[in-house]
Design a protein around this ligand. Structure first.
Ligand SMILES: Cc1ncc(COP(=O)(O)O)c(C=O)c1O
Length: 444
């Protein structure tokens, strides 16, 4: 086994920190989110299920571009369609037919979609959806659960002393730069608790524009929960928005709605909609979306044809190849084999959750030990050419060989972890700093 060296990555990150506040553009790409000093930080190229870092190491990518890659890197069909589009110009002074074609595709594909607006990312699409909901209802307050991007409307939740985002994103987020006058406009509710949502809607009766939430994340919702949310939203005349940025088109080729059997008023998509090209979409009921026609929601690059072409081609390919079935199979296999290896090595751990987004659970109530085990897993897997967290974002290019290499790596990692735990020296085995608090999602 040739253990990997990431010196070039680490040196480049030092240069980045001198020039780029925070070092990266996305918190999930910070080296501290992985095994800092062992995991790769900078990629040079990628294809299929793998990427190569700037130190020349090859990795199976179990993060799939933080969820954006659903067909695999450099997918031939999508990339050819995009290249052909580039040869005709990427954007113009006037509009392009693709804007309408993609809207028709989305309306055909997504249950709640009757009209469509575009964006370039998930957080931006959420901000647009919230603006439309506020405009359509004439109300200001937003009830939310989970993570929905970086914009003022969302971070306003932390302007109150109780730091609402602690439980929905991660602790310690200072809302510096967010206007203080937005305090009280974004109000969190706990996932799975209909009474709490009902009470909050009662407390703010007549003031709430929208309820925004992920329908689920890595576990299915409790029976009847989402139908109950939709009923409460209807009773209070509030717009229900499903944020499907992360679940995307892995649950079904039409997103999450057919799986849960609940149709919201609006939904938001990005990431896997376009297999790695910048794109986002806000879709919804005609009477709600129509309000946007009277609102100032406007940007030059939302009409860029690379994103439009990539999204149109990706959506069609996801359906044609039945990608949800492929990723379900990969996930089910991973879950069974990783859980079996845990049992075999004596590590109390299971790989569980929805098959399209499996995650590893360590059975310990000791939070410090849990964090050490997670970091050690990420570290030992990285050394063996498997890049990831303790959860797995799947894509259709991942193969049986990738799973085999991953299981072999997991077996060795688990053996090291068991020895470390039994000898009480987990901390000594860490060659990196312990992983910092990950995005804590209430929606699981
Ligand atoms: C549910 C959800 N909403 C919104 C976002 C933000 O998307 P983006 O990073 O494209 O702005 C994310 C990103 O992880 C997400 O998971």
């Amino acid at each position: 086994m040739r253990y990997r060296n990431v010196d070039k990555s680490m040196k480049l990150f030092e240069r980045a920190c001198e020039l780029i506040p925070g070092g990266t553009q996305l918190i999930s790409r910070r080296p501290t989110r992985f095994a800092c000093g062992v995991s790769p930080v900078y990629a040079e190229r990628a294809t299929g299920s793998r990427f190569w870092d700037i130190d020349g190491n090859e990795f199976i990518d179990w993060v799939s571009g933080i969820g954006a890659i659903i067909l695999g890197y450099c997918d031939g069909v999508v990339d050819r369609a995009v290249c052909e589009q580039i040869s005709k110009g990427t954007m113009y002074s006037i509009n392009h037919e693709l804007e309408v074609e993609l809207a028709e595709e989305l309306v055909k594909t997504i249950p709640c979609a009757e009209m469509v607006r575009y964006a370039k990312g998930g957080g931006e699409a959420c901000a647009i959806a919230v603006r439309i909901a506020r405009g359509a209802t004439g109300r200001d307050k937003i009830l939310f659960c989970g993570y929905h991007g970086w914009h003022d409307w969302y971070l306003a939740a932390n302007l109150r002393a109780d730091a609402s985002l602690d439980a929905h994103l991660f602790p310690g987020i200072d809302p510096t730069g967010v206007p203080k006058c937005l305090a009280g406009t974004a109000i969190p509710f706990p996932y799975g608790d209909l009474d709490a949502l009902g009470n909050s809607l009662d407390d703010h009766r007549g003031e709430v524009a929208a309820v925004i939430m992920e329908p689920f994340r890595t576990e299915l919702p409790p029976d009847g929960y989402l139908a109950g949310v939709a009923k409460l939203a209807r009773e209070h005349d509030v717009i229900l928005i499903f944020d499907e940025v992360s679940t995307g088109f892995r649950p079904t080729a039409s997103g999450a709605q057919p799986l849960v059997g609940v149709t919201p008023d609006m939904a938001v998509f990005a990431k896997s909609i376009s297999n790695g090209y910048p794109m986002g979409a806000v879709v919804g009921r005609r009477d709600v979306m129509e309000a946007a026609g009277q609102m100032f929601i406007s940007s030059t690059y939302w009409s860029d044809t690379i994103g439009l072409r990539a999204a149109l081609t990706t959506l069609r390919e996801v359906r044609r190849r039945d990608v949800p079935k492929i990723v379900r199979h990969i996930g089910t296999t991973l879950q069974a084999e990783i859980t079996a290896v845990a049992r075999e090595t004596g590590l109390p751990a299971r790989c569980e959750g929805l098959a399209f987004h499996p995650h590893l659970t360590f059975e310990t109530t000791d939070l410090q030990q849990h964090s050490q085990l997670s970091t050690l897993f990420i570290q030992e897997m990285a050394k063996r050419g498997c890049h990831g967290y303790t959860s797995f974002y799947l894509n259709a290019a991942q193969t049986g060989a990738d799973i085999e290499q991953t299981i072999t790596a997991a077996r060795e990692a688990f053996q090291i972890m068991v020895r470390g735990r039994d000898q009480g020296r987990l901390d000594e085995l860490l060659e990196c700093q312990q992983q910092v608090e990950s995005f804590r999602r209430l929606v699981r």
